[in-house]
Ligand binder design. Structure first.
Ligand code: PGA
Length: 252
């Protein structure tokens, strides 16, 4: 799993029982065919975790969550879903700190650190999402911002760290950084994780933000890009399949 490219879909607040079933059925063959080279996963809305798990039985598509509660215990937290519950229904991972969570739900480092800790205690792989806004990039703050978002990793005793670098200005916009900008940021993230978590930590850094069928191969060939987190293009079987296939042969 650590040697493979990772292609992860993020469905966000999309789907229905019927459309999910269709999409997952259509992914069965391509995901199975790519499984030696590509680790494939999708982050689904929590209400569909159980049905999605059922529908991927027999093929290696990992099902995970898009978020988790900042509270780790059980009790009077109306509307919340804790990491133990995600583990109970078989979620393999959870996205933490996606920019939409940071933007619409004011999730800061203190909240995200508790989410990371609860995931690790419940044996759910957390995927920490980081990235700068356009204004921050235009004022050359991108490394300072991402460095600050990564700093919470020092508080964990994780042996494996997965980060998704998603520039906010690239999410859902069709704009992507140059391959040079991606390479520089991914190298920086590797360097930061090693200094925060120690040299023995296993690292995966995924790129996310407007990954599509046309740009996937080029992005996946960038040094230190270990995979992709795909939003819009993961909602159609054809486009998600083409991205999985691009990950099978990342060198152009
Ligand atoms: P996008 O979303 O691929 O639609 O830009 C990526 C994400 O938000 O994870």
């Amino acid at each position: 799993m650590w040697q493979q490219k990772w292609i992860m879909g993020n469905w966000k607040m999309n789907g229905s029982l019927a459309s999910n079933q269709q999409l997952l059925l259509a992914l069965q063959k391509p995901v199975s065919a790519a499984s030696a080279q590509v680790y494939c996963a999708v982050a689904v809305p929590d209400v569909y975790l159980t049905s999605a798990k059922e529908q991927v039985r027999g093929f290696p598509l990992v099902i995970g969550a898009q978020d988790v509660s900042r509270f780790g215990d059980f009790g009077a937290y109306t509307g919340e879903i804790n990491a133990q519950m995600l583990a109970d229904v078989g979620a393999g991972f959870a996205l933490i700190g996606h920019s939409e969570r940071r933007q619409y739900f004011q999730e800061d480092n203190a909240i995200l650190l508790s989410k990371l800790q609860h995931c690790l205690s419940a044996h759910i792989l957390p995927i920490l999402c980081v990235g700068e806004t356009l204004a921050q990039r235009e004022s050359a703050q991108e490394k300072a911002v991402v460095g600050d978002q990564l700093a919470i990793l020092a508080e964990l005793s994780a042996t494996e760290v997965v980060v998704a670098y998603e520039p906010v200005w690239a999410i859902g916009t069709g704009k992507i950084p140059t391959t040079r900008q991606i390479a520089e940021m991914h190298q920086f993230i590797y360097h930061q994780i090693l200094s925060l978590c120690g040299k023995d930590v296993k690292i995966r850094v995924l790129y996310g933000g407007s990954v599509n069928t046309k740009n996937a191969a080029e992005i996946l060939a960038v040094p230190h890009v270990d995979g992709a987190l795909v939003g819009g293009a993961s909602l159609q079987a054809d486009s998600f399949t083409a991205i999985i296939q691009a990950a099978c042969a990342p060198a152009l």
